[in-house]
Each structure stands twice: as C-alpha cells, then as structure tokens.
Design a protein around this ligand. Sequence first.
Ligand code: PCA
Length: 325
Amino acid sequence: MKTLATALLGAAALAFSVAAAQAEDWDMPMAYADSNFHTDNAKAFAECVAAATDGELTFTIHASGSLFGGADIKRAVQTGQALIGERLLSAHQNENPIFGVDSVPFLAASFDDAATLWEATRPVLERILDEQNLVLLYSVPWPPQGFYFNKPVTSLADAQGVKFRTYNAAGDRMAELAGMLPVKIEAAELNQALSTGVADGFVSSGSTGYDRKVWEFLSHFYEADAWLPRNHVFANKDAWNGLSADIQSDVRGCAALAEYSGTWRAVHYTAFTLGELAANGMDVGVVSPQLKGELENIGATMTGEWLNDAGADGKAIIDAYRAAR
Ligand code: PCA
C-alpha cells in the first residue's frame, strides 16, 4: 500500500514538474512609449495569451526601447535573444524593399487603403520573414503621417534646410527630395534630438507628437496623410516551433484579436491626439494645397523608385492592392 501511495505521489510530482517545465515566459521588446496605443494593445495581447494558455505562455513587455532599442529588436528576435518583439519594419527597407511597402508616399494614405494594402502584402511578408527565422503574428498601422515644424511651412521653399528627423528610408528620401536634411532617430530619442537642435522638424503621426509632448519644442503640425506605416509583432521561429499546436492556436487567436483591436485603437487615437496637440498650443491643420501638390510630385517619384527596387514581389503586391481597391 505504502509503495503504491509513494508511486502515485511520485507520478503526480512528475506530472506537475512536466507542466511547470512547459510554462514559458518570453521577453517582448517594444520601441514605443509605455502609454502608446501599440504598447497598450500588446499588453492586452499578452493578457489574452496568458489567459488562453492558462499561464503556460506569458510575455513580459519592455516598452520604450528599454530592453533593445528599436533598431535592434528585429535582429534580437531573429537570433533568439528575445523570443517575441514588435518592430516598424519599414525601418529595415534596406534589407528588403518589401519592408517599405507601407511607407510609399500617397500609395495607401487612408485607414481603408492601408487595410487593403496590408491584405495584399501579408502573404509575401510572411514568406520573407519566415526565411529570416521569424513568424509574423499581427500588424497594426500608425495613424496617417504628417509633418512637425517650428514655424509655418506652406510650401517646400519654407522647409529648405530644415534638420528633419525621420524613422525610415522613405522619410529620408522624401526629406532629401524636399530639400531638407534628414536625420534618422528612434521615437524614444526624439525629445533629446529636438531639445539639442539635432532636429527642428520631423515626420510622424499625431500619436508620437502626443506621446512625446513635442509642443514643448515645436509649434506646427501639418496633416499630410502621406502614409500609414505599420508595427509588426513576430516571434522567433525556432521558439515558435517548440510550442504545442494548442498553444500556437491560442496565440494565433489572440494575435487576430490584437490586429483588429489595434487597428481601431489607431483610428480613435488619431482624432484624440490631434486634439491634444491643439489643446497644448500647437497649430494643427492640413497641408496647404501648394505643399500637398509638391509632396505628391515627390510621392510619384518615390513610387517609381520603389517599384523598380521591389521587383516581382513588389509588383505582385501593388497589382493585388489595385485590383482589390
Ligand atoms: N510614430 C513612429 C512611427 C510612425 C509614427 O506615427 C515614429 O515617429 O517613430
């Protein structure tokens, strides 16, 4: 009898230790403010996964570039230094032009068009990321991109020589074609760049202007609706393949939910943050017709350049996008 009880106890302990050994916590580096809607959305995603898996898989979020700076997050997840992370892939357009499809100026400049472009892009991007040891989980757009300055700017002539902070190759190229001086800086370092005069203008959404309280440095925000770049959440493929099919399916379900809810958060955050910029004293309004025309000319040049660089994959995405629009 005693032997049986000991054996049963031993088996129970073994079962418990197997379950305990399976529980995993993955660091999740993110580049943007702790209060940003992408970060908030990822917190809800992590809660969803923890609940769905009964705590067998949890994510620990590190916001504001605190674990890895934005530029290092993709590599960290590829190499397994972190097993899940979020990154604005258009910042890696130099690796593959497809990463920049969401930032071709005026190609998809509304939430609806951005969603259509994303549907056309997703299968191609999943394949490219898979080849880089990454599994795409979900993607959420930023609000439409506009321009911040420390003076009124109604035409490109007014912007000549402005030191212009950007976050990706499209921003650099646009600034260059516009006669400005681009300087690439992560959002987490934006305030330092503005306060030290490294930059006196930048491209972004109302969201980042609000998150970073840029009214302390700049006076004007011009809504240009130039593009809606996306953040993408992806996992390390080896770690992903080590998860059970049940857990993978839980994560997929939570990811679909996060993509949906994150997209709506972006829509609502747009009006809210533009209102906050104005409430804090900034001059907020749409770009002048002249500036809009000048920017659209630059956009047409850049669309041609991008299509040229992006080859067959790029053409397939754009054809699918235009057919679905
Ligand atoms: N905010 C991020 C990317 C796009 C946006 O709206 C930034 O400025 O870095």
